[in-house]
Design a protein around this ligand. Structure first.
Ligand SMILES: [Zn+2]
Length: 426
């Protein structure tokens, strides 16, 4: 695949400029860990288990994704399972990186599939959700189909970056999609990070469900694309059983009430990428970023990564508050310790499904105020269908999180106008 095709059409969403994202590496649903990331304590796996591997016809290829770059057939490495059907490779090997990257993309996609199927089952009358699932199963942009996603875990054509891109095939018949991960200027690749891989996969997910947002025709849908990447990263992390157990254990080791915010790797994005620049992480979602002060030094910015902060922060805030409320006020103490971690999964799942419900009805153009109001009313409407959190006023937490960031309430309409009229990227 020629890189020359990339720029023209992906300029809108070169989702991966420096302030991208990444963090402690882990690959989902694996039993054996091959390495532990020192700073974040997150595990990385070298194991893709047989039942999953069987879906991929013995190679890391499916109808939805395929590896490329140095992993293509006939090139340097063709990653194949061992005799037992598992993909198990030495830590740090090229094969392990490929397996971990591929499995993370596959995991994030599988979660969205589950959500959409669940929601169609719960709301058979909801035309928007049905259409979303149909589009998910056969992604198209207009009349053109989207080809499988080509994943390159070790692209050496750039550094300190990762991106998702979509562009027309040379004969203009279909859309190609790429997920590219580049080396850090220190050591390692951006694909070593669960956060980065999940973030870029989040772009791919949103591009299937809302291809019209890809062009960034408004400041809001461009920033939402970035926010959705970060949101996908932390919600997918919470929904992974091994990680949910780890998060619950760590919450209970801190003094005071159980609090999701105390487990830093949930809200810190791309710790390993941040370290390349001497920072703790590339982004931190546990911040109250006002929508007109999203730039550096608290200035206004409509740069997509900057302006993503108020939205990703608001969704993290609401998720953490609802989970914390549940843990502090329900008779949570009666729950067997071994089962407590499930509420972490429930919280991630509930918020992810609420976002899909919103996505199924959201318009090609919207403001963050629209988003807050619509999410809030959907949270009321679908209260009975959410999991353990049905008893809580999720909408109140959403309203509070959007209001404190200037995206709902008295000043919101004025703030939205200021942003909509400011197309200059800072
Ligand atoms: Zn991005």
């Amino acid at each position: 695949m020629k890189k020359s095709n990339l720029c023209a059409l992906s300029l809108g969403v070169v989702l991966g400029i420096n302030p991208l994202l990444a963090s402690g590496p882990i690959a989902p649903f694996f039993e054996q860990d091959s390495g532990v990331d020192g700073a974040s304590g997150l595990v990385r796996s070298n194991r893709l288990q047989a039942p999953l591997a069987a879906n991929h016809r013995g190679h890391l290829v499916s109808t939805q994704f395929r590896l490329h770059g140095k992993y293509e057939d006939g090139r340097v490495i063709n990653v194949k399972p061992n005799l037992d059907g598992n993909f198990i490779f030495p830590a740090g090997s090229d094969e392990e990186l490929a397996t971990s990257t591929y499995a993370t993309v596959d995991y994030v996609f599988a979660l969205q599939q589950q959500d959409l199927e669940y929601l169609v089952g719960q709301h058979p009358e909801n035309v928007g959700i049905k259409a979303a699932l149909a589009q998910w199963n056969e992604p198209k942009v207009g009349s053109r189909k989207m080809d499988a996603i080509w994943i390159d875990p070790q692209d050496r054509s750039n550094t300190n970056n990762a991106f998702y891109s979509r562009y027309l095939s040379p004969d203009r018949a279909i859309f190609y999609r790429d997920l590219n991960f580049f080396p850090f200027s220190t050591t390692g690749y951006s694909s070593h990070s669960f956060d980065i891989v999940a973030h870029e996969t989040g772009h791919a997910v949103l591009d299937v469900l809302h291809p019209e947002y890809f062009s960034q025709s408004t400041v809001f849908n461009g920033a939402y694309h970035e926010a959705y990447g970060d949101i996908t990263a932390f919600l997918s992390l919470m929904r992974q059983e091994t990680m949910a157990k780890k998060i619950m254990t760590e919450m209970s080791q801190h003094d005071g009430p159980l609090d999701l915010r105390k487990v830093t790797y949930v809200h810190q994005m791309a710790e390993n990428f941040g370290r390349v620049f001497g920072d703790t992480a590339l982004r931190n979602l546990d911040k109250n970023v006002h929508v007109l002060k999203a730039g550096r030094n608290g200035r206004m910015s409509t740069e997509v990564h900057d302006l993503s902060g108020p939205i990703s922060g608001a969704i993290f805030d609401a998720t953490a508050n609802v989970l914390n409320l549940f843990m502090r006020t329900q008779d949570f103490s009666a729950t067997e310790n071994a089962k407590k971690y499930k509420v972490v999964i429930d919280a991630g799942e509930s918020m992810s499904r609420l976002l899909h419900l919103w996505g199924a009805q959201s318009k090609p153009t919207f403001t963050f105020e629209d988003m807050g109001k619509e999410l809030s009313s959907l949270a009321v409407e679908h209260k009975a269908h959410t999991t353990s959190f049905g008893a809580f006023d999720v909408h109140k937490e959403i309203e509070a999180a959007f209001t404190v960031r200037g995206m709902m309430g008295a000043e919101a309409a004025g703030n939205m106008d200021v942003l909509a009229n400011s197309r200059a990227f800072s």
